[in-house]
Design a protein around this ligand. Sequence first.
Ligand code: NAD
Length: 326
Amino acid sequence: MTILVTGAAGFIGFHVCQGLLARGERVLGVDNLNPYYDVALKEARLALLQAHAGFGFARVDIADREAMAAAVASARGSIAGVVHLAAQAGVRHSLVDPYAYVQANVMGQVVMLELCRTLPALEHLVYASSSSVYGGVAEAPFSTEARVDTPVSLYAATKTAGELIGHVYGHLHGVPATGLRFFTVYGPWGRPDMAYFTFARAILEGRPITLFNHGRMKRDFTCIDDVVPAVLNILDAPPAGDTGVPHRLYNVGNNRPEALTDFVAALERALGREALIEHAPMQPGDVEETWADIAVLQRDHGYAPKTTIAEGIPRFVAWYREHYGV
Ligand SMILES: NC(=O)c1ccc[n+]([C@@H]2O[C@H](COP(=O)([O-])OP(=O)(O)OC[C@H]3O[C@@H](n4cnc5c(N)ncnc54)[C@H](O)[C@@H]3O)[C@@H](O)[C@H]2O)c1
């Protein structure tokens, strides 16, 4: 059987592919290697995946339905699972290029679900949503029971739309699907547009870092080492369709919100250098705090994230230093 992974050259997709390959799965990766951030990093991740005999790859845009159909044509009958992670990510960029978000995250989601409903051996679609869907929700920790109709960025709105579309395909066509609301995932081979990455680079280069909202922010930082086993366990256990729509949502977070200033201190310790800090007001589209309620994921899949930022940040820094030779 084959697992189709979209966004395979991306941060989380790369690690999920590694996890699947390590347990002997055949993986068909899809990615369009777009230039939202350094393409060389995506290519370097891909090169590692392509060293595995069990890995196949198609460079394709998930929003292009004909290209997607062609890319999976020869594997169609053997695809038992889909892990759909390709997306236009990043809250702030959605203020700059809104159309890219609608194209990749809304059209792309429809294309993936249309594809899934025609795959004869499909047992489960797991797709990425985001903690951003909680937007203006006041009550923390954020529960998947909470209403999420107050998004504060277009990125968040497209991710909520993705969840609603997932529900529709469960309701109309019985596509078994699980949406994962990831909370600030970080780690080796991470994303150059995210704060931990831009901060590390700036600190090493002696440039100042900007703390928005004057540093009064909290994030539920989740290490990739806790995320990958969660994704694989969830993939192995599709929602039961017997009690209604086979669609569910989980928070994948750490349930341990960290002050941005503590996070910067952890980076400074791991890098052995002090940050030059500049303060700035809150950015439009951003939220002050994220905090995942993970009780349901704990109950259903024994999810118990172990990695604190004191352990996880040095792992990222060690990779960063080796990869960039600094
Ligand atoms: N990293 C996080 O903290 C985080 C938090 C919340 C949600 N997410 C979600 O998790 C998923 C994976 O995120 P990531 O951090 O690995 O991001 P990433 O940008 O590193 O990975 C996404 C990959 O998808 C590819 N892609 C984008 N649009 C595409 C398209 N139209 N067709 C084909 N490929 C396309 C990109 O080239 C990239 O390699 C995304 O859906 C993202 O929205 C991530």
